[in-house]
Design a protein around this ligand. Structure first.
Ligand code: BGC
Length: 736
């Protein structure tokens, strides 16, 4: 007789099998894992652990255990590639929904948006029969120049941690593993496979690990990707301290560690130091081929040899195989079958909502925005990013999307029948239109020189009622792009000259910067309105124009600081960035001498002025924050929409430390809440301060310590706009 619970389980889609336990979906995963493992040969176990193609690994065909299929990630489902090449395979049914870049998601400061993102991209992955989504990325924006900042969630570990958790959960609801990357201290692209990030423990634990920890402990991530770089001298795909001691030891992680593609570098360490699945290109992922490339992987034939001659033990092999089986039973062979959805109106809407919610209004003098254009008027749009399709490019996050609305198209749509929208290029940036054989089909060639382009834009400004400059970075080399870092903080391609030529011509002038990383804006004082846009994906143009026209009230907040100059930042020396090399040493050494002083932690503590601060972002309405009220450890602030439009404010809670044994940042983000309010509406937001929020990581004790003393709990709407605060007195030092 089946019990009531078992019957209920069967009725929601689980099937009792008469076959072996591992096929019985009513059994728990651990039982299924043990049963499957007990039936497998050593060769079959090893075969689970390495790639058989660019994005797949073999399951156990004899037992009907399916292959594992991975996909990039993290902004949409990558087009199918050839078995053994990066080039797309040329399928005609794999054009996905492109979601906004993760820097945009972070800028929403909205956990609900992150959950929607995860659910939608997870559905797309499942529909495409993928088991592992290679994302999200949570490496901290240590330098604005990092080519992959656009794929990450900003400069603050708490913000990144809060935003990654719902994404992971949303993805995994679809029986798709989120593979959180790139673990860890992988904060630059320049020499990414040959640089050791040398970081002290306090900095590691306070700045570079918390978002990964949150993804694992709170998000329950089923996969983690080791990064290309070394940490303290050992490659991260088999870094004992990161993978064995911290991830699988301290955090009790039971999922798989997947190598970055070609990131495993050493037979012995690949076996012993926590790597579970090896992917890549050919034998070492980075260089030339071999006829049986996949068999030559560190976790393939060399592993079998080690097992045969006693250099490797079966317990370690079983641990890896268990993890991969667990992954398979959580995904492809999960109790409940999921089917997903692909390129549906709901996903387009999600992409549009997130892209709009992440758009940051940096400056808005004299109400230049939202755009107010007289009927029958003329809008001049200048800049390449108004027309350039940006979903294609950037490296492994390159996508083939069903469609992509550019800002110019969206403006023409929004003003159809109301105003004329004309476009001038203004400058030439990147005329490329394809990546891995995905082509946007655009023709971006240009024959005019820089002076003529500016002169033409200036001429077109005559008679325009409104001028919009839409520029920024793009996804070509040395911009927001995998494999290279940027070379400067300023806007490239002479955009400053174009902006400065246009600014005096019309007071109705707004600049939109589209980028995935911080740029400097030395022209900021000369223009009345500035918007930070992002790579918004499929619905990019619509979302941006929703904000420019006021259909959506902007509520994004910067997930990183926009400094005035690169030299203002914490990375002062070559040994800090991009690293130095001693003769005879094959690897560059990089020293995180700035310690925990990254982003606003640095600028605040040094009192260095910035162009726009971390957490900054304006609205078309206004908000007031009442004085903070304290009840025990609860710190409450009432926020009121004092303007005449519905909108959202992000109440940000920072803690300023008590004087203590180590140098600490002036304040650190420890809580936030985004509240959507109608005109006149109020809401009270409460932050509950825990001892952990007061603590620093004491490397010597290997413990978090909150020293006794008087702390300040601060609340505001940006890191440089603190409106209220109260004391928190800790009477006794607490060791956590
Ligand atoms: C990237 C990863 C990506 C992988 C597979 C690597 O080059 O660093 O982020 O997931 O390729 O495309």
């Amino acid at each position: 007789m089946l019990g009531a619970l078992a019957l209920a389980a069967l009725s929601c889609g689980q099937r009792k099998s008469d076959g072996p336990v591992y096929l019985d979906k009513t059994k728990n995963i651990e039982e299924r894992v043990e049963d499957a493992l007990s039936r497998m040969t050593t060769e079959e176990k090893v075969a689970l652990l390495h790639a058989q193609s660019k994005f797949s690994s073999a399951g156990v065909p004899r037992l009907g255990i399916p292959e594992v299929w991975c996909t990039d990630g993290p902004h949409g489902i990558r087009p199918e590639v050839l078995w053994d090449e990066w080039d797309q395979a040329g399928w005609t049914n794999d054009s996905c929904t492109a979601f906004p870049a993760l820097s945009c998601l972070a800028a929403t400061w909205d956990r609900e948006m992150s959950l929607r993102y995860g659910r939608a991209i997870g559905e797309e992955a499942r529909y495409r029969k993928k088991d592992v989504l290679l994302g999200p990325g949570v490496n901290i924006c240590r330098t604005p120049l990092n080519g992959r900042n656009f794929e990450y969630m900003g400069e603050d570990p708490y913000l990144a941690g809060q935003m990654v958790v719902p994404y992971v959960k949303g993805v995994q609801e679809n029986n798709v593993a989120a593979c959180v990357k790139h673990f860890a201290v992988n904060n630059q692209e320049v020499r990414r496979t040959g640089t050791s990030s040398n970081v002290d423990d306090r900095t590691l634990y306070e700045i570079y690990l918390p978002a990964f920890k949150a993804a694992v402990e709170e998000g329950g991530a089923w996969a983690i990707m080791g990064s290309y770089n070394l940490y303290n001298g050992q490659f991260n795909c088999h870094n004992k301290k990161l993978l064995c001691d911290i991830l699988k030891g301290e955090w009790g992680y039971d999922g798989v560690v997947i190598s970055d593609w070609g990131g495993a570098r050493n037979d012995d360490e690949a076996v012993t130091n926590g790597l579970d699945m090896e992917y890549g290109t050919w034998t070492n992922g980075l260089s030339g081929g071999a006829s049986d490339g996949y068999n030559s992987y560190h976790l393939a034939r060399p592993y079998l040899q080690r097992l045969a001659d006693g250099r490797a033990d079966i317990q370690t092999l079983d641990d890896k195989a268990r993890r991969v089986l667990r992954l398979i039973f959580r995904t492809n062979m999960a109790a409940e079958t999921k089917y997903g959805r692909f390129t549906c109106p709901e996903h387009y809407q999600t992409a549009r909502d997130i892209a709009a919610a992440g758009t940051v209004l940096l400056k808005n003098e004299d109400g230049v925005l939202p755009m107010d254009v007289p009927a029958g008027g003329r809008i001049l749009v200048v800049g390449e990013n108004a027309v350039k399709k940006m979903v294609v490019g950037g490296g492994s996050s390159n996508l083939k999307t069903r469609y992509e609305i550019t800002p110019l198209e969206a403006l023409q749509e929004a003003f159809a029948g109301k105003a004329e929208v004309i476009w001038e290029r203004g400058y030439v940036g990147d005329t490329g239109t394809s990546y891995n054989r995905v082509d946007t089909g655009q023709d971006l060639s240009e024959s005019r020189d820089a002076a003529t382009l500016i002169a033409d834009a200036v001429a077109a400004a005559r008679g325009a009622d409104y001028i919009l400059f839409i520029g920024g970075l793009n996804k070509s080399n040395n911009q927001d792009n995998e494999g290279t870092d940027r070379l400067a903080l300023e806007l490239p391609y002479g955009q400053r000259d174009v902006i400065e030529a246009l600014a005096p011509l019309n007071p109705h002038f707004a600049v939109v910067n589209i980028s995935g990383s911080p740029v400097s804006m030395p022209w900021a004082d000369k223009v009345p309105a500035i918007v930070q846009g992002w790579y918004g994906g499929t619905e990019s143009g619509h979302a941006l124009v929703d904000v420019l026209t006021g259909v959506v009230n902007p509520s994004g907040k910067l997930p990183f600081t926009l400094p005035c100059n690169l030299s203002d930042g914490p990375l002062k020396t070559e040994r800090q960035y991009p690293g130095v090399r001693d003769e005879g040493n094959p690897y560059y050494q990089e020293y995180y001498d700035e310690g925990v002083f990254v982003g606003y932690r640095w600028y605040d503590s040094q009192e260095i002025p910035v162009q726009f601060a971390f957490g900054h972002g304006l609205s078309y309405t206004s908000f007031s924050l009442d004085e903070m009220k304290v009840s025990g450890r609860n710190y409450s602030v009432k926020v009121t929409n004092t303007g005449d439009r519905a909108g959202a404010e992000v109440v940000q809670f920072y803690i300023a430390p008590a004087p203590c044994a180590v140098a600490r940042p002036a304040k650190e983000l420890k809580g936030f809440e985004k509240v959507y309010l109608k005109p006149g509406e109020s809401r009270t937001v409460t932050f509950q301060a825990k001892d952990a929020d007061l603590a620093y990581f004491d490397a010597e004790q290997h413990k978090w310590v909150a020293e006794k003393g008087v702390y300040q709990v601060l609340a505001g709407t940006a890191s440089d706009d603190i409106r209220t605060g109260a004391e928190l007195k800790l009477n006794k030092t607490v060791v956590l």
